[in-house]
Design a protein around this ligand. Structure first.
Ligand code: UD1
Ligand code: MG
Length: 458
């Protein structure tokens, strides 16, 4: 079969979302709506054209993705207008698949099945349909006596459809395959459907029939694949299904999710075998974890990469890298640029930013480590603070291997502490500490005898 062209319609205003953000850029499990059908089309194999509005939000969104062509629909004159805007990119001798940018759960498999049905039916167009218990808001499929599709009646505005037509539970999914040539010839003959001059893509079907061609219907077995999003209620429904699919994929890969209803995991997240996800875990973006990790309870990991056998409890991490056998939390805050090397430990009420914590090193309690390098097996005492900001610039703290930091040590950066050095409790370290030395940087204790009695005037 010749290579199909996939056209993703995404220039609509999405007024029912009531949002300043274009509908198709709303997030669904970590990926904008429009990226879902585009991903399915890519996987199905073909050229991808996305139809954008003149505001250009999608042209910007797809910048740098060379396998996606963005066409602009000059005015929002309906779904037929949107396809017409892409006409210059349509082949006349290969199938053209039309997808809606607001139907995100479509899969490559469903696209391939539709293309196969189209190829075997010999029709000029094949429309994917589904039966819904609640078909409200969708266009309804009117079939002829021979089972072929006659037309689609819209139902958005009262009076569009008759009462009888409103009883039809088979709806237009918004997914079609056309013979490219037939589509290109028919499009200019589609007239305005509304007083505002909107031209509807389903109105291509009667034009094709009038020219003697056949239109086939292809009922999709799993209607979840075809759910469209027009408002936030539908977005919530689709999110639930999309989230369940992500859980199912992870479960198939050996991941245990204790409380799915209390867990949120984005589509791009990868987790290894025997990793356990406890209640209250949120995994966002490009987060990944290896095998046998223990995540949660109550942790949020954003774009954070974990090795194997990592434990993370009650933690919030963004753009951090956590190597094998590290333990984090409870109650840690890892900010961008944090690297925790193999076997390191970051404990309770610890904040780390843009720092490299070496293999086996420990920051167990109540500390702020920013812009620092900590060598292997070093142990920083409770209440360690890096004073990394002098009010104008950030400076680094460099701590060697096997350093024993006393409790309540402040490192005033820039400062370097040699391997095997020590700091005394309560030290404010402002100058470098040589390897193996003990830095004592605090006022010497003085006891004033009889003080209390003098206060009381005795
Ligand atoms: C459309 C179908 C309806 C079907 C439903 C499935 C038409 C007229 N109606 O209705 O039969 O049941 O999808 O979800 O096709 N778009 C443009 N330019 C425009 C208008 C829309 O690119 O001028 C894009 C939108 O961004 C959206 C898609 O086309 O991604 C569908 O548009 P939408 O307004 O959501 O149509 P529906 O009312 O849902
Ligand atoms: Mg829609």
């Amino acid at each position: 079969m010749s290579v199909p062209t996939f056209v993703v319609l995404a220039a609509g205003q999405g007024t029912r979302m009531r949002s300043a953000t274009p509908k198709v850029l709303h997030d669904l499990c970590g990926r904008p709506l429009v990226d879902w059908p585009v991903a399915a089309a890519r996987e199905a194999g073909g050229r991808v054209v996305v139809v954008d509005s003149p505001a250009g939000a999608l042209a910007e969104h797809f910048t740098g993705q060379d396998d996606v062509v963005v066409a602009v629909q000059p005015q929002p004159d309906g779904t037929a207008g949107a396809v017409a805007a892409a006409a210059g990119h349509l082949p006349s001798d290969a199938p053209v698949v039309i997808l809606a940018g607001d139907v995100p759960l479509v899969t490559a498999e469903a696209l391939r099945a539709l293309l196969a049905a189209h190829a075997s039916s010999g029709a000029a167009a094949t429309i994917a349909t589904m039966r819904l218990a609640d078909p409200s808001g969708y266009g309804r499929i009117v079939r002829g006596a021979d089972g072929s599709v006659e037309r689609v009646v819209e139902t958005k505005v009262a009076g569009d459809a008759t009462e009888e037509e409103l009883l039809i539970d088979e709806v237009n999914t918004g997914l079609f395959v056309f013979d490219g040539g037939a589509l290109r010839d028919a499009l200019p003959q589609v007239g305005a459907h509304t007083a505002q001059g909107e031209r509807y893509l389903p109105d291509v079907l009667p034009v094709l029939r009038a020219a003697g061609a056949r239109v086939a219907g292809h009922e999709v077995a799993d209607p979840d694949l075809m759910l469209g999003i027009n408002d936030r209620r539908q977005l919530a429904l689709v999110r639930e299904i999309a989230q369940q699919r992500i859980f199912d994929r992870l479960a198939a890969g050996g991941v245990t999710i204790i409380a799915p209803a209390a867990t949120s995991i984005d589509v791009g997240v990868e987790l290894g075998e025997d990793t356990l996800v406890e209640p209250g875990v949120v995994l966002r973006g490009a987060t990944s974890a290896g095998a046998r990790c223990h995540l949660g309870p109550q942790s949020t990991l954003i774009d954070t990469r974990l090795g194997d056998d990592v434990t993370v409890r009650h933690t919030y991490a963004t753009d951090a890298e956590i190597h094998d056998r590290v333990s984090v939390g409870p109650f840690a805050y890892l900010r961008p640029g944090t690297v925790l090397r193999e076997g390191a430990k970051v404990g309770t009420y610890v904040e780390i930013k843009n720092s490299d914590i070496g293999p086996g090193a420990k920051v167990p309690h109540l500390s702020y480590i920013g812009d620092a390098d900590v060598g292997e097996q070093s142990n920083l005492g409770a209440g360690t603070i890096t004073a990394n900001y002098d009010g104008r610039n950030k400076h680094r703290t460099t701590i060697g291997a096997r350093v024993h930091g006393g409790v309540d040590t402040s490192f005033v950066a820039p400062v370097t502490v040699g391997d095997d050095a020590w700091t005394a409790a309560g030290s404010v370290v402002t100058s470098d500490v040589p390897p193996g030395a003990l830095a004592v940087a605090r006022a010497k204790q003085r006891n004033i005898e009889g003080y209390d009695a003098r206060q009381r005037g005795e």
